[in-house]
Design a protein around this ligand. Sequence first.
Ligand SMILES: Cc1cc2nc3c(=O)[nH]c(=O)nc-3n(C[C@H](O)[C@H](O)[C@H](O)COP(=O)(O)O)c2cc1C
Length: 336
Amino acid sequence: MYNFLKSILFLLSPEAAHEFALKSLSIVLRFPILGNWIRKSFQPIKAQPAVVAGITFPNTIGLAAGFDKNAKWLHLLKDLGFGHVEIGTVTPVAQPGNPAPRLFRLPQDNALINRMGFNNDGIDAVVERLKNRPAGLVVGGNIGKNKITPNEQAANDYTTAFDKIYDYVDYLVVNISSPNTPGLRDLQEDEFICDLFAKLHVIRTEKRIWKPIFLKIAPDFKQSQVHTLIDTIKKAKVDGVIATNTTIDRSNLNTSQAKIEKIGAGGLSGKPVYESSNTILGFLAMELGGQIPLIGVGGVFTKEDYEGKLSRGASLVQVYTGFVYVGPRIVRKILS
Ligand SMILES: Cc1cc2nc3c(=O)[nH]c(=O)nc-3n(C[C@H](O)[C@H](O)[C@H](O)COP(=O)(O)O)c2cc1C
């Protein structure tokens, strides 16, 4: 059924298809009998709750950041069976992101390339929406810096967004690994991470409830860099790592070189990132030895992909590109 719908959706631009699919699905789910039947058909059959970083997740599959940047679709995404949804990346001030086209399909590789550039409604608008978040869904808040903020002032953007969103989400994510904000990945270094987490810990002590703060990392590290990163993660007292974001690597693709060049810059996601994100995940698991939880993301389409992340040490798994290609029953397919 989804294969048929996908052939229609893939006639639209990726961004138009995203909006159209979500709007249509939420309208269909409003019909009482049909809606309930469809809703039931999305729910995983053998979902096991999991306690990770002190939070009880209804199941171990979540929707990765970037799909619901503005917390607009949380009720619908809960109906599709996701145990958690990571909203964002949200920045302190609303920004339009990069000019379109900025999202491209690579069907021959089961992949996407995006250079969205943190298009989002800004932290205040997102917090307003989070006040009506559905019960029974874990929500993570993924935060970033505005494009116009220079790296020297980046920490202020993170602390501002963190402080404002803290009370409305269950966990927080520092995203310094998107390739689409110029210079952002330069922040993946010891001094910045340690200073920033120290500041976030101070803010957290002033809050009523303790919540975990995760770090989302890129898949494009060399082995020697991963060792430094692991030291930093320990020093900065990061509560968990999300591995990984999209890659800038373009090797071993089936899509023609001409098409890849025409698309241009951006982060590659989906099947081609599976192995590289698993490699990093495996390193982290080996070096951190269960000291902090790991969330595996990158190229998960099937139950086997999901189990591959768990076997490398992930406690939770997230999907994004797999959701686009496999369709709205992906959680049920993986967990049943
Ligand atoms: C269109 C698009 C937008 C994304 N936006 C964000 C984002 O705003 N913040 C973030 O941390 N990751 C973002 N990501 C990365 C995903 O969360 C995920 O880490 C990555 O796509 C790898 O997973 P996948 O292969 O299942 O897609 C985005 C990915 C895509 C495809």
